[in-house]
Design a binder for this molecule. Structure first.
Ligand code: GAP
Length: 460
């Protein structure tokens, strides 16, 4: 059952300090979001969990942090410059913006799609057929320009074609262009994978649904290189690995499903693709794309760069381009699916909400532990001492305002799995009360037992 709507969640996250509207004091910037003190911890924990599972704890994989700005030729080879664009036109009168091919398609009820027409042909068709602006009825358009989804900027001080660079629309290409460097320096044999986390930018025409589709987002991508002929086995391996990972960090399994792409839907270079979808309040949406991409990307870079990217197979002494399986997921979509899974409200028999609780996995929760002195003037010094000790090991928070019951509720609402109450016993015999967020049960531990206790709960 849906516990919270998207609008309620957005308000909740703002109220608690997870996510704010970007540039808010200037009226905001559409679809830009800033991650507050809790959001930044949550996001970082998600990235750390992915990195641990996909890079550090996986015997096959290594990591990479490639530059965000890359040689323009990378995007020529990958096809992004050629095929990541739509023809855009503005109405000069009312300033509405349209895709020119879409105007023609709508006018002809789908008979002519405008696909493959040059800008000049599109303009001529609009004028010859008097296809007016659907908003204001004027026939007064700007010139058509190709709208590439990549953000373009200039490197250096001169704004000329030669200095053009793009903000990357995916992190994957940084991995492909480093394939040889990584294989040589790690002396890896196939199969092996390279993982990367980083920002990507797409000038999406229809961003929305909060952080689900934005123009600036972060991806966690793995390119897994394997021997041709073994790729479908590895595809199955990663398909399951990703699903298991999502469940292990607290995404509700009931809301997850695989959507295998049908043959006619597959890109021409892919022989298998699956999306792991999550049921958001507006319906199922893509969370994670897993694609078997054959040797398409390495081949494109080998052809375009004229650098030999082949792998010498020591077993067969033959050279070939490895095949690739790519699981690619957005950090923000994972965060959103975790929040929708974790949000809970406890109600009494009259239906009144008695407690709001974010049931986040302890490894993902922004704070693992809150340290609360029972009475500020008596216990704060000891509590600070304990906070200093614990914060060496975990993300911890200290709170001495309001009564302790209120402070427990506050921590429940931001997902802190453990609260430690410091009282006279702590001063007399070195024990603290540890309260569990989900069960609200309390146990007594020696201060030095708290670290191994919490540590044991962080596994996923
Ligand atoms: N390298 C392959 C690739 O980038 P994609 O399906 O375009 O594939 C992969 O993107 C994942 O990145 C998506 O499944 C989604 O989680 C995330 N993603 C893509 N576009 C996004 C956007 N505009 N906003 C937020 N996340 C996005």
């Amino acid at each position: 059952m849906q516990k919270i709507t998207l609008e309620e969640l957005v308000a909740y996250l703002k109220e608690q300090g997870f996510v704010f509207q970007g540039s808010e004091i200037y009226g905001g910037l559409a679809n830009a979001w800033d991650y507050g003190p809790l959001g930044v911890e949550l996001k970082r924990n998600i990235k750390n969990a992915w990195w641990k599972k996909f890079v550090q704890n996986n015997r096959y994989n290594v990591g990479l942090d490639a530059a965000l700005l890359m040689n323009k030729e990378v995007w020529v080879a990958s096809g992004h410059i050629g095929s990541f664009s739509d023809p855009l036109v503005d109405c000069k009168k009312c300033h509405s913006r349209f895709r020119a091919d879409k105007l023609i398609e709508d006018y002809t009820h789908g008979e002519i799609t405008g696909d493959g027409m040059s800008n000049e042909e599109l303009t001529k068709y609009l004028l010859d057929h008097k296809i007016v602006c659907p908003t204001c009825g004027a026939l007064d358009y700007t010139d058509i320009r190709q709208f590439n989804l990549m953000f373009k900027t200039h490197m250096g001080v001169i704004e000329e074609a030669k200095s053009e660079v793009y903000l990357r629309p995916e992190t994957a290409q940084g991995i492909f262009v480093n394939f040889k460097n990584i294989q040589r320096t790690t002396r890896r044999k196939l199969p092996f994978g390279v993982g990367q986390i980083g920002k990507s930018f797409r000038n999406e025409i229809t961003p929305g649904n909060f952080i689900f589709r934005t123009r600036e987002f972060e991806q966690m991508e793995l390119e897994f290189f394997c021997k041709p002929g073994t790729e479908l086995e590895w595809f199955s391996y990663w398909r399951k690995y990703c699903m298991d990972f999502l469940k292990s960090i607290g995404v509700d399994g009931e809301k997850l499903r695989y959507r295998d792409h049908e043959q006619k839907e597959l890109s021409f270079y892919s022989n298998a693709t699956t999306d792991i979808e999550f049921e958001f309040p507006w319906g199922f949406g893509e969370l994670w794309g897993i694609a078997s991409r054959t040797n398409y990307d390495l081949n494109a870079h080998q052809t375009h760069s004229k650098e030999n990217l082949e792998y010498l197979d020591p077993e067969t002494n033959t050279k070939y381009l490895p095949y690739v399986v790519e699981p690619s997921v957005g950090v923000e979509r994972m965060l959103l699916s975790i929040l929708f899974s974790a949000y809970d409200e406890e109600k009494d028999e009259t239906g009144k909400v008695t407690r709001t609780v974010l049931r986040l996995h302890p490894a993902i929760a922004p704070y693992k532990v809150a340290v609360l002195p029972l009475i500020k003037k008596n216990h704060s010094e000891k509590a600070y001492e304990i906070f200093d000790l614990l914060s060496e090991h975990f993300q911890a928070v200290y709170d001495e305002t309001a009564n302790v019951g209120k402070r427990y509720r506050r921590q429940d609402a931001i997902g802190t799995p453990y609260c430690i109450c410091v009282d006279d016993n702590t001063i007399n015999d070195g024990t603290v009360t540890v309260r569990d967020r989900d069960t609200m049960e309390q146990i007594t531990l020696k201060v030095e037992e708290v670290i191994p206790y919490i540590d044991s709960k962080l596994k996923f």
